[in-house]
Write a protein that binds this ligand. Structure first.
Ligand SMILES: [Zn+2]
Ligand SMILES: [Zn+2]
Length: 166
């Protein structure tokens, strides 16, 4: 979606909005296609004292397996981002700023890169997910499996080894 921003750039106090849907279901992240619906995008560009800011509110459905127990979790994410827009970038190293030399902005690129950068590296079905039993593979969130309880927490195992090495 091309966002035409000339009127915003040229007039202080001006705001322009645009809403659309962008299909991201074909987006492959680490071998999976986590996005289950198009993103619904609400974009707003505002000129305040000649500083133009783009605000994006994005809502999309996703389905992603828990990193600890593997259970797929389906949910809806709502995220927002904002970027200052400039006609021309003076300092190329500043990634926050977006250049709009001809007063137009291709929103798709911005939306997709914001969503990818915001995609969490680690993902759990719940904060206290118990994971799978290392012995039998049972999902311990569903209840105890009855395997030996002498298992040491792997983090404590590291400590134990460290102490032995001393
Ligand atoms: Zn889990
Ligand atoms: Zn078990």
């Amino acid at each position: 979606m091309l966002f035409e921003l000339k009127s915003v750039f040229l007039s202080d106090g001006e705001t322009k909005k645009c809403s659309y849907e962008l299909d991201i279901t074909k987006l492959d992240i680490d071998g999976i296609f986590p996005f289950t619906s198009p993103v619904s995008v609400n974009a707003e560009a505002t000129n305040r004292a000649s500083l133009v800011t783009l605000t994006l509110s994005c809502k999309y459905g996703f389905c992603r397996p828990c990193d600890r127990c593997g259970t797929p979790v389906e949910d809806v994410a709502e995220v927002s981002f904002s970027h200052p827009l400039v006609r021309e970038l003076v300092d190329e190293r500043n990634d926050d700023y977006i250049e709009t030399p001809d007063f137009t902005l291709e929103l798709d690129e911005v939306v997709i890169s914001d969503i990818i950068l915001n995609y969490p590296q680690k993902f759990l079905c719940k904060d206290d997910c118990k994971g799978l039993c290392p012995e039998c593979g049972k999902n311990l969130n569903d209840g105890d499996c009855g395997c030996s309880k002498t298992q040491v927490d792997p983090r404590l195992e590291i400590l134990k080894q460290f102490m032995e090495d001393e």
